[in-house]
Ligand binder design. Structure first.
Ligand code: ADP
Length: 262
């Protein structure tokens, strides 16, 4: 059908192929989607600009003081390194998210053993946990052969890595992170619980939003992008599953992912 005349030109620019049947989609819904996209672009620009600006400033200062103050120069070089890593992480998270949002369903679903995905993730995060003196444990119940699901191994790895990485990041030294798997004929569920700082009740409904962080300042220190949990939610949903959260401030947080077995 024809595009409705009420659409402003900049709105029209966002109307996609496939959304041509405007009779089926309400104008209000279209406008809402367009507004969300504009907000997303504005957020992305802001998030990329901040580290880019500080990289430039750090590099300039480094050049200036390189000779007369080597100690200060080393400090700037270190910060240059961590800001660069942050920017690289942000870019990679953004690309993952863009891919998850643009692709319909799963591209090449194959049999994936959730248990071996978790083993890889735990091995990868063990050094970070160890540095913080955090006990990272794994427990499985249910038949080992029932951990196979149809899915995307890369996406599942990134989903569980995000959850375990957060658990380690938001748990003070000396705490625990427990990963528990459970399988049945119908589904595989994985719980990641920590004895960390917790999430205030008011923030719980928002944590899966892109760029949402409970504490912006602290999150920047710990190197977060605010995209991890929206990636988690997308991956769970792409697999026909769900992710939920329970948390008590000062006591800890539990994320539960449930994935149907086909
Ligand atoms: P970030 O990159 O900032 O960690 P996420 O999307 O992964 O972004 O998480 C969003 C926010 O949810 C975090 O900034 C943090 O405030 C909160 N959060 C996530 N996981 C935990 C956890 N295990 N314990 C406490 N807070 C958490």
């Amino acid at each position: 059908g024809e595009r409705p005349p009420e659409l402003a030109p900049d709105d029209a620019g966002f109307v996609e192929a496939g959304m041509g049947e405007t009779d089926a989609v309400s104008l209000g819904e279209l406008k809402r989607v367009n507004r969300m996209r504009r907000d997303f672009v504005a957020n992305v620009s802001h998030e990329l600009k901040t580290p880019a600006t500080s990289l430039k400033l750090l590099a300039e200062s480094l050049v200036e003081i390189l000779e007369e103050d080597p100690d200060q120069a080393r400090f700037f070089a270190q910060r240059l390194k961590s800001e660069t890593e942050r920017l690289a992480q942000l870019t990679s998270d953004l690309l993952d998210l863009a891919r998850l949002e643009s692709e319909e369903g799963l591209q090449n679903p194959a049999e994936v053993d959730v248990r071996s995905v978790l083993m890889v993730v735990l091995a990868r995060l063990r050094p970070a946990a160890k540095r913080k003196n955090i006990t990272l444990s794994w427990r499985r119940s249910g038949n080992a052969s029932l951990y196979a699901i149809l899915g995307d191994e890369t996406q599942l790895t990134s989903m569980f890595a995000n959850l375990v990485e957060n658990a380690v990041k938001y748990t003070p030294p000396g705490g625990r992170v427990d990963v528990e798997g459970e399988s049945s004929e119908d589904e595989v569920s994985v719980r990641v619980s920590d004895t960390g700082i917790g999430i205030p009740e008011g923030s719980l409904p928002r944590i899966f939003e892109r760029f949402y962080r409970v504490d912006k300042a602290r999150s920047k220190e710990t190197g977060g992008t605010g995209l991890g949990l929206s990636i988690v939610r997308h991956v769970a949903e792409k697999h026909g599953g769900t992710v939920s959260v329970d948390s008590v401030v000062g006591e800890g947080t539990t994320f539960t992912v449930r994935l149907p077995r086909g």
